[in-house]
Each structure stands twice: as structure tokens, then as C-alpha cells.
Design a protein around this ligand. Structure first.
Ligand code: FAD
Ligand code: AMP
Length: 483
């Protein structure tokens, strides 16, 4: 007889493992099916985020940032470190250890919360049945009153540049280079392309980013995107906009292999040669061998599992969350959806606030935003006030010699309610979170202005931007001064 569960979750990435843990906490008998295994066939939890996404990329970003600091910034502080060099295998090894610690942590959480981890590929074969095929091909069946699908996403592969994970790599391959490529091409100036391009540029690669669109970071506020482009260019990233990659050819043998890339821009057909090429053109939902067509779970036009605002599919008892459904492909969005689904199963009225999903690019400086940007407010015809504060006027940022960027806050001109915040600067992700919380509580810019901030702290820049919304900033000249 099939094992009986209240909930079977498919996928142990951030959406799935969080959903499984919350379900178990709420008293449901829960299993989580995950097909990822390591080279010794041991189950690996944590999904893209922990294994090949958020965490390993941040590990490499942190190492490469320290390398840049040691090379260029220590001197300013009077520290003589001599000539520094990078040991790439040691860097990759540290990254693997961090990943292992965290994926092992998820296994520990499953044990502690009594979630049954089931190793194998799950397939929804009926509205209350999941078939699991383990790595040896053995099939078992799990019965479930409810199924939560959290199968995530995979990198998009484009025909002009087929991935060989040697010379032409996707984001996973770009986290595993054994040495710094001399010339590195990156296709796509999205979040992943910029983060991975930055890692290898900081370590000494000559990096060219080819982006098909004419606009840089189109989802970001224009002023912030302009500042980012200026700073990244200063850091040595050669970002070519309006450059659409149309073809590639690998030449040479062994360590001498390289790739010739063809692209078109406003001046016509162009060519470039790279030692390695990272294809970072986005990700697509992963639904391969996941759904038996007899079950009738609907997909949308982009191959995502179709769900409502509460992550319910068209089939009662089947839910889906994370990258495999609509919305931004972000770990925190998936985690909150996982919690929402679990709590809805327990008859709680939990809701995800999709208007307040923070976006972050973990370059240096970081870029983070939430809510509406200036262009969106203009387009919607909303009357707003803007408050800007540059980190160049922050005592803490200057003390740290890390003062590029600014905080920009937008508030409703009539009600003063905060409508959006964009930050480019040191620790932007953590600074932005203060405003995400404030916006959850419908705070006004004045509320933030009246709050006491520790001195000296980077967050004073958020305080001053809020004051600047109404022309009250103390540490900069105010554009429009009001009483
Ligand atoms: P995934 O993490 O993709 O997990 C899905 C899991 O389901 C996988 O483990 C997969 O093996 C498993 N699975 C799939 N099908 C089956 C099946 N049939 N049976 C069993 N198991 C199955 N997001 C951020 O928020 N912040 C970041 O800084 C960030 N950085 C990133 C950097 C990179 C390089 C990349 C690639 C992504 C990054 N992301 C980041 C995105 C983030 O990784 C994803 O949004 C997140 O992992 C999605 O979570 P998920 O649980 O929906 O899916
Ligand atoms: P994101 O979806 O944020 O990860 O960003 C991926 C980026 O890759 C987008 O900005 C796309 O415009 C870009 N892109 C997709 N295909 C190509 C291509 N053939 N050449 C250059 N850039 C591309």
C-alpha cells in the first residue's frame, strides 16, 4: 500500500522545503520529494538557491569583494598587505563548504520537524498520488490529501550559444571555473549576469556583457540604473547594450579552447572572442516529467503552473509555489508562498503581499528596490514627492570608504504614504528591508523621519531620504524646503 500523507511536497528548494517544514509544524504528516543527488547518490536538499543559486553566488561575490578590497582599499586605510593573489580552487572549495553546511542544515530541519525526505523524482499521477522514481529507477507511490509542487526553474539555453559547461556555461558552470578566464563574455545584463560577471571581473577577468535590450536594468528606477551603469563601467565591466547574440563557434583544443561570438548592434554585425562565455539570459519553469496529463493541471502560456493568488492550481488539493509559478523568480517570494500554502491548508487566512517583493542585485554597491519607481508612478498619474540622499554625505559610509550610491524614496504627495524606495549603495538589501517593513505598515515618509536612527549608521541615509521627501533633510541641501 502507498505511504499515506496529509501533504506531499515536490521539490526541496526554498519554496518546497519551507512549505514542508511549515506543514509539519502545523501538524500535517508531510513528505518532501527531491531528486537532486550528489556524486555519491546522497540526497541533496535546498534546490537551486542553496546549491547553484543565491548562496554559492554570494559566497563568490564575498570572496571576490574581499580580494578587491585587499588590492585597492586597504592602502587607503593605511594597511600594507603587500601583493595579494587569488587561489581559485580554495575559493571554490570554501563556497562548496558553505553550501554543504546549509544543505545539511535543511536535512537537520526536516529531521527536527519530522518531515519525511524522500529521494527521487516525483510525478503527480492523480490528484492525490505522487509517484516517486529513485536514482536506480525503482518506483514507489505516495498518497496525499494535498500536493504542493515546488519544482523550481532551470537556466534558459538559447540556440546561438549551446551550453557545453566547458567553454559556454550557464550560471551553474560559472560558479565552478577552476581559474580566472582572461577574457570572459556574459550574455544578459540581468541580475545573474551582473553578479557573476562582477565576481570574475573582480578577480581579474576582462569582462564584456552583451545585452540585447537598449535599456540597462529596465525594471529598476532610471536614476538608479544610470548610476549603476556608471559605477559598473568604472569597475571595468564593458556593458554593451543593444547587442543581440546571434551565433557562436568554439575553436581550439583543451586549455586553448575559446569561443567566437557573433552579435548584432546598431552598427551591424559584430564579432568577439572569449575564453569562457556565460549564458545568463533568464530561467524557465521546470515541469519536465512532473505532471501526468490525466491529472489536468493547467500551465500558462509561459509553461508555468497556473495558480491563483493563494497558489491553488485548477485541481482542488494541488498547489504550486516558487519559480514554477508566476511572479518574480526569487527565493524569498517562494518561501513566503510556501508558508502561505501550508497555512491555508490549516485554514489560516495568510496572504502574500505581492506588491512588496523586494528585488536585490548583490553587486558592489548593491542595488535594492521595493514598491513603485518614479517611472511607474508617472505612468500611473500618481502625484508624488521624491527624497534623495547620497551615501557621499553619510558619515558611516565615508568612515568605511564605501560611499558610492544613494537612497531614493517616493511618497504620495497628498498622504505622504511611502510608495517605493530604491537604494544603490553599501548594504542596500539590508537597508531596504527597513522600508519594506515600514511599507507593510503603510508608513508615511514622516513616520520614518520621526523615528530615531543610530548614529553613525548607514541607515541614517534612509532616514535622511525620508526627511528629504518633505524637504526636511538635515545633512544635504533640500531641493524643495517645506515647513
Ligand atoms: P528551486 O530552488 O529551483 O528548487 C526546486 C527543486 O525541485 C530542485 O531541488 C529540483 O531538483 C527539485 N525538483 C524539480 N522537479 C522535481 C521532481 N519532479 N521531483 C523531485 N524534485 C524535483 N534568488 C534570490 O532571492 N536571491 C538571490 O540572491 C538569488 N541569486 C541567484 C543566483 C543564481 C546564480 C541563480 C541561478 C538564482 C538565484 N536566485 C536568487 C533565484 C533563486 O535561486 C530561485 O528563485 C529559488 O531557488 C526558487 O526556489 P524554488 O524552491 O521555487 O525552486
Ligand atoms: P534576466 O531575465 O533578468 O535574467 O536577464 C536576462 C537578460 O538576457 C535579459 O535582459 C535579456 O534581454 C538578455 N538576452 C536574452 N537573449 C539575449 C541574446 N541573444 N543576446 C543578448 N542578450 C540577451
Amino acid at each position: 500500500m502507498a505511504d499515506q500523507y496529509d501533504v506531499v511536497v515536490i521539490g526541496a528548494g526554498p519554496a518546497g522545503y519551507v512549505a514542508a517544514i511549515r506543514c509539519a509544524q502545523l501538524g500535517f504528516k508531510t513528505a518532501c520529494v527531491e531528486k537532486w543527488i550528489d556524486e555519491d547518490n546522497n540526497p541533496v536538499l535546498g534546490g537551486t538557491c542553496l546549491n547553484t543559486g543565491c548562496i554559492p553566488s554570494k559566497a563568490l561575490l564575498d570572496t571576490s569583494h574581499k580580494f578587491v578590497e585587499a588590492q585597492h582599499d586597504f592602502e587607503v586605510h593605511g594597511i600594507k598587505a603587500g601583493k595579494v593573489s587569488i587561489d581559485v580552487p580554495a575559493m571554490i572549495d570554501r563556497k562548496r563548504k558553505v553550501v554543504k553546511q546549509l544543505t545539511g542544515g535543511v536535512a537537520g530541519l526536516f529531521k527536527g520537524n519530522k518531515v519525511d525526505g524522500v529521494s527521487g523524482a516525483g510525478k503527480v499521477v492523480a490528484k492525490d498520488k505522487v509517484e516517486v522514481t529513485d536514482h536506480e529507477g525503482k518506483k514507489t507511490e505516495l498518497s496525499a490529501k494535498n500536493i504542493i509542487i515546488a519544482a523550481g526553474s532551470v537556466p534558459i539555453d538559447i540556440p546561438p550559444t549551446p551550453i557545453d559547461q566547458d567553454v559556454i556555461v550557464d550560471s551553474t558552470g560559472a560558479l565552478e571555473f577552476s581559474e580566472v578566464p582572461k577574457k570572459l563574455g556574459v550574455i544578459g545584463a540581468g541580475v545573474i549576469g551582473l553578479e557573476l560577471g562582477s565576481v570574475w571581473a573582480r578577480l581579474g577577468a576582462e569582462v564584456t556583457v552583451l545585452e540585447a535590450m537598449d535599456d540597462f536594468l529596465p525594471a529598476a528606477d532610471r536614476q538608479i540604473a544610470k548610476e549603476a551603469l556608471k559605477l559598473f563601467t568604472k569597475q571595468g565591466l564593458d556593458i554593451k547594450l543593444g547587442a543581440k547574440v546571434t551565433g557562436s563557434k568554439i575553436s581550439g583544443k583543451g586549455a586553448k579552447k575559446s569561443v567566437n561570438v557573433e552579435y548584432t548592434d546598431s552598427e551591424g554585425e559584430q564579432k568577439a572572442q572569449f575564453d569562457k562565455l556565460i549564458v545568463a539570459v533568464g530561467r524557465k519553469p521546470y515541469t519536465e516529467a512532473l505532471l501526468d496529463s490525466s491529472v489536468g493541471v493547467e500551465l500558462d502560456e509561459r509553461g508555468r503552473i497556473k495558480v491563483d493568488d493563494q497558489c491553488a492550481t485548477n485541481i482542488p488539493g494541488i498547489y504550486a509555489c516558487g519559480d514554477v509559478v508566476r511572479g518574480p523568480m526569487l527565493a524569498h517570494k517562494g518561501m513566503e508562498e510556501g508558508v502561505m500554502v501550508a497555512e491555508r491548508l490549516a485554514d489560516k487566512k495568510t496572504q502574500v503581499n505581492y506588491d512588496l517583493v523586494p528585488s536585490v542585485i548583490y553587486t558592489h554597491p548593491e542595488i535594492a528596490w521595493v514598491g513603485k519607481n518614479e517611472e511607474e508612478l508617472k505612468e500611473a498619474g500618481v502625484d508624488y514627492n521624491v527624497g534623495n540622499f547620497p551615501f557621499a554625505a553619510s558619515g558611516r559610509a565615508l568612515a568605511a570608504n564605501d560611499s558610492d550610491g544613494m537612497v531614493k524614496m517616493l511618497a504620495d504627495a497628498k498622504t505622504d504614504r511611502i510608495l517605493g524606495c530604491q537604494i544603490i549603495g553599501p548594504s542596500a538589501a539590508d537597508l531596504l528591508q527597513q522600508i519594506v517593513i515600514a511599507m507593510e505598515f503603510s508608513a508615511s515618509a514622516e513616520d520614518i523621519g520621526l523615528t530615531m536612527f543610530s548614529h553613525p549608521a548607514l541607515s541614517e541615509a534612509v532616514h535622511e531620504a525620508a526627511l528629504a521627501v518633505n524637504g526636511h533633510a538635515i545633512h544635504i541641501g533640500n531641493r524643495k524646503r517645506r515647513k
